[in-house]
Design a protein. Structure first.
Length: 438
């Protein structure tokens, strides 16, 4: 559970291939840092931030489970809709480049999420008569196609060389230097961890939303905003801490309310059920030792995750020195295998290849692929909770906006932030034009 959250960052940092949707934001600064010859530093900062985030979330789980669970109960459909829309607005505007391209990518991801069965009315849509698409498109197929396979195909003919890599760049001293650097980044890591816990409590949002929110907050608070997207240490540790802090946060509603905060937590609850233990509010009263066991397990898991990654970090970092003609075919084979084993379906493999073409076309036209993944991840959340909110308020958007102030704040921010970014960029462009004319 913990190792999967942290391990997905390795490929994201080294190869610009996120292992899960939760580490998409990690690619923004992790990969630029890696191609500058700082792969050891990037991995070290990511590992340390993930470890701290995991430990902080476990501490909060042990101390504030009941209090934070009541906070989650205060969130209705409109609040979930607002949080998801705000996340999509942030991911669209955080990407450097044309904002229009960012929104195009986001809406493309939302469209892909809508393929399959309507979550409210259970009617097939956008399936084009294909029974295979009735269940929708799997997130793994989208990530592998749009990000992984398209990335290696697109970069095959590009000479993206690393800066002066030598054996000294892979020494353990680099990890120790990153450990010292973490001291100055600690406030950012702690705040990002708290964001991860809070969003982990809310079912359906998870690590992707947490990492986006943490990254946005870190960028707004930073004195070096211009470094974000180019290899910023602040931009790397924020999403890493947040997405690992989700591990403890997602367990809080499960333990206090019996409601899983994420799909992996639902599996954990099922495992307990097999052994005759129903995770929920009665566990805290009748069997508190189970909560203690979960907390101890999380601490041990985070420690082992940290130690194993520290031991292997040098070998992880050296992956970038492997020639492309060796590395890329291996990745391509794993892409095909990974897609096929989801449901033993050749259809998924063909779908992955189609999405890889989409990813390549996006890269060639400077359309960012990260918003596609996040749009897909949050697309159904946005639609489902919006429609539930409309049902709750008899189809009145105004009543929903007035009746749910917290959700309305999220929605308002989702509208204001893109406008603010557009105005800021226009002003900046005008200043450059005036400066050039002088």
């Amino acid at each position: 559970y913990c190792g999967g959250l942290s391990g997905g960052s390795i490929a994201a940092i080294l190869l610009n291939i996120p292992g899960t949707s939760a580490v998409v934001t990690t690619t923004f600064d992790g990969y630029p840092m890696s191609i500058k010859g700082e792969s050891m530093r990037a991995l070290s900062l990511g590992i340390i931030a993930s470890f701290i985030g995991g430990i902080i979330s476990t501490i909060i789980l042990s101390l504030l489970t009941s209090i934070l669970a009541s906070f989650a109960l205060g969130f209705g459909p409109w609040e979930y809709f607002g949080a998801a829309v705000l996340s999509l607005a942030l991911i669209s505007t955080l990407i450097d480049g044309d904002l229009i391209n960012g929104f195009i990518a986001t809406f493309l991801g939302i469209f892909l999420a809508m393929v399959g069965t309507d979550p409210v009315e259970s009617v097939a849509r956008y399936t084009f008569g294909s029974t295979e698409l009735t269940a929708g498109i799997d997130i793994i197929v989208v990530i592998i196609g749009v990000f992984a396979l398209s990335e290696i195909i697109y970069n095959t003919n590009k000479n993206k060389t690393l800066k002066s890599i030598s054996s000294n760049d892979f020494k353990f001293d680099k990890f120790l230097l990153a450990l010292k650097e973490t001291i100055t980044l600690l406030p950012n890591i702690i705040i990002s961890s708290v964001i991860g816990v809070i969003l982990g409590i809310l079912p359906g949002l998870g690590g992707g939303t947490a990492s986006i929110m943490a990254y946005a907050r870190a960028k707004m608070a930073s004195k070096h905003k211009e470094e974000f997207g180019k290899g910023s240490a602040e931009g790397l540790v924020a999403p890493e801490a947040a997405k690992n802090a989700v591990s403890g946060g997602a367990l809080i509603p499960a333990i206090a309310l019996g409601v899983p905060g994420s799909a992996p937590v639902a599996l954990i609850m099922s495992a307990f059920l097999i052994h005759g233990v129903t995770i929920g509010p009665m566990v805290l009263k009748e069997e508190p030792h189970i909560l203690q066991g979960i907390i101890i397990s999380l601490i041990i898991a985070n420690i082992f995750m940290f130690l194993s990654q520290v031991i292997l970090i040098k070998y992880f970092a050296m992956v970038i020195t492997v020639p492309k003609y060796i590395l890329y075919p291996i990745i391509a084979v794993f892409c095909v295998i990974g897609t096929f084993v989801i449901s033993s379906s050749v259809f998924n493999v063909f779908l992955m290849l189609i999405l890889a073409v989409v990813g390549i076309l996006c890269s060639k036209n400077k359309i960012p692929t990260a918003p596609i993944i996040m749009g897909f991840t949050l697309g159904k959340t946005v639609e489902t909770y919006f429609r539930k909110a409309m049902i709750s308020f008899d189809g009145s958007f105004i009543d929903a906006y007035i009746g749910s102030p917290v959700g309305s704040v999220f929605v308002t921010l989702a509208i204001i932030i893109p406008i603010f970014v557009i105005v800021k960029r226009i002003i900046g462009a005008n200043k450059k034009i005036k400066g050039a004319s002088v």
